[in-house]
Design a protein around this ligand. Sequence first.
Ligand SMILES: Cc1cc2nc3c(=O)[nH]c(=O)nc-3n(C[C@H](O)[C@H](O)[C@H](O)COP(=O)(O)O)c2cc1C
Length: 217
Amino acid sequence: MDRRFITLDPSSLAISAVYDLLVAAVQPRPIAFVSTVDPEGRPNLAPFSFFMAGGANPPSIAFSSVLSPQGERKHTVRNIEQTQAFVVNTLTRQMTAGMNATSYPFPEGYDEWTVSGFTPIASEAVVAPRVAESPIQLECRLFDIIHHGDQPSAACYVIGEVVRFHVSETIWDGSAIGPGRFNPISRLGGPFYLDLESREVFELPRPTGQPEPSIEA
Ligand SMILES: Cc1cc2nc3c(=O)[nH]c(=O)nc-3n(C[C@H](O)[C@H](O)[C@H](O)COP(=O)(O)O)c2cc1C
């Protein structure tokens, strides 16, 4: 067995190289499609693939939103800090284009639902709406936000307690989510994704210009 390794000290690398190492090493990653509202009730949608489940009692999840190139917190994090609430929506292959459109760096207060084509439905326990097209939605109350660093690309770990699960009847087998019935997409390195349903790897570059409002919205 070849036990030679390339050893890298992140402190001597460009941030983009460190990012590439992380997203290649930690894959496939599930994607949290996060719905929030600001204190005026203006809605926001954005995907985050630095995402994991953390515990079951109480149920909790965490995702990380990195600081923007200007060193600022993204709108999702600011909304959660102010409203203490968010919804994590899961993603299928059919939802990919709408999800990707929402990842464009829109100005503050922009309603990404208009480019997504998705349908908002009211949550039961939190102020942010759910995405009707998403087969599993998790209503979350903020537990904590941990800031690790204060420079561009530093992590803001958002930890949420899941206060409601909403599961589409199409994937519910009567007592649980049926094996093989939920087939989300997940994120790989670079612009690549894995579609669990077809077992395909597919490529989807991020939007380069501001997406147009969807006719379905
Ligand atoms: C599939 C996918 C996964 C992403 N994952 C993350 C992530 O884990 N952390 C992050 O900060 N940005 C991530 N982004 C970029 C954000 O979605 C993007 O910066 C978005 O504009 C943030 O919106 P907001 O400012 O309204 O919160 C991802 C984008 C895509 C397309």
